[in-house]
Ligand binder design. Structure first.
Ligand code: EPZ
Length: 420
């Protein structure tokens, strides 16, 4: 397993280009199952999760061709079955359930299973699909869904932690070919859901309200192929912004959508970080002392849970007491124990982490656990004195395209050590 060797203490300086969004690309690739025509999706990030999704779509009968950052998917014939082993390994693949059901009337996919950040249930996905008339049973680790004809319905998709992003995507992708009108209340408002709705409409679907808590879908008889460019990855952009601030650097982030980052930019500014917009670029620097702040993660447009770990590193470097409360996932503090190995002083009280910041971090060997926690450990290594080794970086390769190359371009002393 590869690891990163990071020599800390160098401020990041220069320009970085943001890749397409992983969390938009995955459901959009799955949506290509809804038509027999070829779909061309551009600005797809070169990530293991994306290539994994390609293999899953092939296991369902589609042909998938990657050329640079463009993928062409042709699902001329589709089996209603997704490869058990593949789906079990990547939670995001659950979003083939809706399109398989919508296209073929049946879907046999493995339960995605939990991961280190939480149980990751799919009860809301199944509630929405059942509301559209699907018969669903759970047998031997599989979700077995069938529907002679999906019918539009009014349904509420909110759960104990608010809306579900992939649950909204699944129900949306099943509804576009259902008979009649579907109204999804408490739909997720994330930009990635808007991007999926835009792609579906380009395929001939009739979806309105994307980005609001109420989605209205008028079913159509069939969909045709379409071309689409995926939105930039707001979480990657936020990660580089935090890295710039944490290393007292001066970084221009190109290709991001500032309108997808309001909550993150607001908190960075509150913490004393300067974020200036120049055209479509964001210039991040740290003019003065950082200030301790409080953060609570919320559904979009609130502060994103996927930037929580990264911000915790910045707060560990900030004199004073900061409190970060995680309201989306039940155990998304895996990075705390690893940050403690670098000298961070963080106590967990229920859903909150209390960060006594201000002491310099010192490099040490640490282990990545989930995608965003791993990114946080890299940021910590960049800011720490001495050398940090981050092991199991396959977690990072799932969601960040060439992160070590992009960081080196910004002056970071980071090398990838191939596993012997
Ligand atoms: C998406 O996961 C993202 N993944 C996650 O990003 C992100 O953290 C999450 O949304 C929240 O923004 C992709 O888009 C591939 P949810 P998703 O369903 O859709 C509960 C990353 O690092 N819930 O919105 O799986 C759930 O347990 C990843 O890129 C139910 O209770 O998340 C959680 O507490 C990590 N029942 C909350 O809702 C359900 O049926 C939000 O989960 C579904 C979800």
């Amino acid at each position: 397993m590869d690891s990163f060797l990071i020599k800390g203490g160098t401020p990041l300086r220069g320009e970085v280009e943001i890749s397409g969004s992983k969390n938009a690309a995955l459901p959009i690739m799955a949506a290509a199952l809804l038509t027999p025509d070829p779909c061309v999706i551009r600005r797809v990030p070169n990530l293991s999760d994306v290539h994994f999704m390609g293999s899953i779509l092939e296991s369902a009968g589609a042909t998938v061709k990657f050329q640079g950052d463009t993928v062409t998917i042709e699902a001329a014939r589709v089996k209603g079955v997704g490869d058990y082993e593949l789906i079990r390994k990547m939670r995001g693949s659950i979003c083939i359930l809706g399109p398989l059901l919508g296209r073929t009337g049946k879907a046999l996919v493995s339960l995605p299973g939990g991961c280190v950040i939480g149980a990751r249930p799919i009860d809301l996905h199944l509630k929405g699909l059942r509301a559209l008339g699907a018969k669903i049973s759970i047998e031997n680790g599989y979700v077995n869904a069938t529907a002679r004809k999906l019918r539009g319905a009014e349904l509420f998709l909110g759960g104990r932690a608010g809306p579900t992003v992939l649950g909204t995507a699944n129900v949306l992708m099943a509804a576009v070919l259902a008979e009649g009108v579907t109204i999804i209340e408490s739909a997720a408002c994330e930009p990635e859901v808007i991007d999926l709705a835009n792609f579906l409409n380009a395929m001939g679907a009739r979806v309105s309200g994307a980005g609001s808590p109420t989605l209205t879908v008028t079913g159509v008889r069939s969909l045709h192929g379409a071309e689409h460019e995926v939105i930039p990855d707001r979480i990657e952009a936020a990660t580089f912004a935090v890295a710039a601030a944490a290393t007292d650097g001066d970084v221009t982030i190109r290709g991001a959508r500032a309108d997808h980052l309001h909550a993150v930019l607001d908190k960075l500014r509150e913490a004393g970080v300067s974020v200036e917009r120049s055209g479509s670029a964001l210039k991040v620097s740290r003019p003065g002392r950082l200030k301790a702040i409080d953060i609570t993660t919320l559904p979009y447009a609130g502060f994103p849970t996927d930037v929580q770990a990264q911000m915790m590193v910045l707060m560990a470097l900030t004199p004073g007491i900061s409190i970060i409360t995680e309201r989306i996932f039940e155990s998304r503090f895996m990075h705390v124990s690893e940050l403690a190995r670098l000298g961070a002083d963080i106590a967990i009280e229920g859903p909150s982490a209390i960060i006594k910041g201000g002491k310099a971090l010192s490099g040490a060997p640490v282990m990545a656990s989930d995608l965003r926690a791993s990114a946080a450990l890299v940021i910590a290594g960049l800011a720490a004195r001495g050398t940090t080794e981050v092991s199991r970086v396959y977690h990072i390769d799932r969601g960040y395209e060439n992160i070590d190359g992009k960081l080196r371009q910004l002056g970071a002393k980071i090398v990838r050590q191939e596993a012997s």
